[in-house]
Design a protein around this ligand. Structure first.
Ligand code: AMP
Ligand code: MG
Length: 358
């Protein structure tokens, strides 16, 4: 994952619980909430649990039972990070794949990783390589971990050019459940990991019949699930990339959806008045300069929404909208002038404060 700190997890607030009215007769919904960090990002959980009021001993003594659901969801994320996705952890599946670079035997992938990589490769192909999880050497050359340090120096052009010799998804062989990574190449699933976490949490929630609804955000990827009491819709805010203290509006969603946003405000460093952000154009090895400031993708699948938000950011407005539509996903893009562009299918979900952002 992109930010250090697998070990810096911190439960800021676990188990705030509220009793809510408005369910079916005889039922009560309890809302439990937590804010926490994992995968190098902030995780916000708000889960509604329905129980039969006759049997329910809701009160102090049942709070633990209800907040256990928050702990379970958090564990889904941390084990995904530690066992599967983190390139920083050599024993994770991706860490192990990276260790086999140059090995002619390749490595056998778990069924799940095989399926994820197949779908990631499909987005890479359809986007003409705008999404490329072999971008790792170029991302390392930018040394994003040091972006918070005053002493940060930009990489030399030669360093970027050298890194690009070891990138390119088409150089990787995915065959019969195995991956063959050429020498010097590495995978970094930072562009899709938070969306994959949403997919895994969805499975977890589906296995818990007492959960009537939930909204969970893993950094820039958000999962909505089930229903809110009183039949309200889920509202997912869209940050104004030109002024991140504000929102440009929100999406109104019913039931299960995934929303991922990629923006140049999420991770960046400014050197001599120029902003260098974390979404790299695989063609140049430099931060994508497609004229967009943020891309929000809406679809049913977390991995896909996350993959597409990164790919559309690299492609820019026109091609980005085409790509999202190709995958039956909806997209909203804010460009550098504050203009808002949307796929036609996105319009019914969006409420904007203004038609243009400043
Ligand atoms: P996101 O915030 O989902 O757009 O993902 C950005 C993260 O994905 C970065 O921090 C890098 O680790 C990685 N990344 C950057 N550019 C690309 C790219 N073009 N394709 C795939 N991964 C990328
Ligand atoms: Mg992404």
């Amino acid at each position: 994952m992109s930010v250090p700190a697998v070990c810096q997890r911190l439960f800021l607030c676990l188990g705030t619980a509220f009793l809510l009215a408005g369910c079916a007769p005889g039922e009560q919904a309890v809302q439990v909430q937590a804010v926490d960090t994992a995968m190098g990002t902030v995780i916000r959980q708000s889960i509604y649990i329905t129980s039969d009021s006759k049997d329910s001993k809701w009160g102090e003594e049942s709070e633990g039972e209800n907040t256990e659901i928050l702990t379970g969801a958090r564990e889904v994320i941390t084990s995904l990070e530690e066992e599967s996705l983190s390139w920083r952890i050599p024993s994770s599946e991706i860490g192990s794949v990276n260790e086999t670079a140059g090995n002619s035997q390749g490595m056998e992938l778990s069924q799940k990783m095989w399926e994820y990589l197949q779908r990631i490769w499909e987005v890479s192909e359809e986007s003409g390589g705008a999404l490329d999880v072999t971008i790792a050497p170029a991302v390392r050359a930018w040394n994003m971990d040091a972006w918070t340090q005053n002493t940060y120096t930009l990489p030399e052009k030669e360093e970027i050019a050298k890194a690009l010799e070891y990138t390119g998804y088409e150089k990787v062989n995915l065959e019969s459940g195995r991956i063959f990574l050429p020498e010097g190449m590495q995978l970094d699933l930072g562009a899709v990991g938070k969306g994959i976490a949403c997919d895994e949490i969805l499975h977890y929630l589906q296995s818990r019949p007492e959960v009537s609804g939930a909204v969970i955000s893993v950094g820039g990827s958000i999962l909505t699930y089930g229903e809110k009491p009183e039949g309200e819709v889920w509202r997912v805010g869209i940050v104004n990339p030109l002024n991140t203290a504000e929102q440009i509006g929100y999406l109104s969603l019913e039931g299960q959806w995934c929303v991922s946003t990629s923006g140049d405000y999420e991770r960046y460093v400014e050197v001599e008045g120029v902003r260098y952000h974390h979404i790299i154009d695989p063609e140049t090895g430099y931060p994508a300069d497609s004229g967009v400031r943020s891309v929000t993708v809406l679809c049913k699948n977390g991995m896909l929404s996350d993959a597409l938000s990164t790919a559309c950011f690299v492609l820019g407005t026109e091609e980005g909208i085409k790509l999202a539509e190709q995958f039956d996903a909806q997209v909203l893009i804010v460009d550098g002038q504050g203009n808002i562009h949307m796929s036609t299918g996105m319009e019914p979900y969006v409420t904007l404060k203004e038609q243009r952002v400043s």
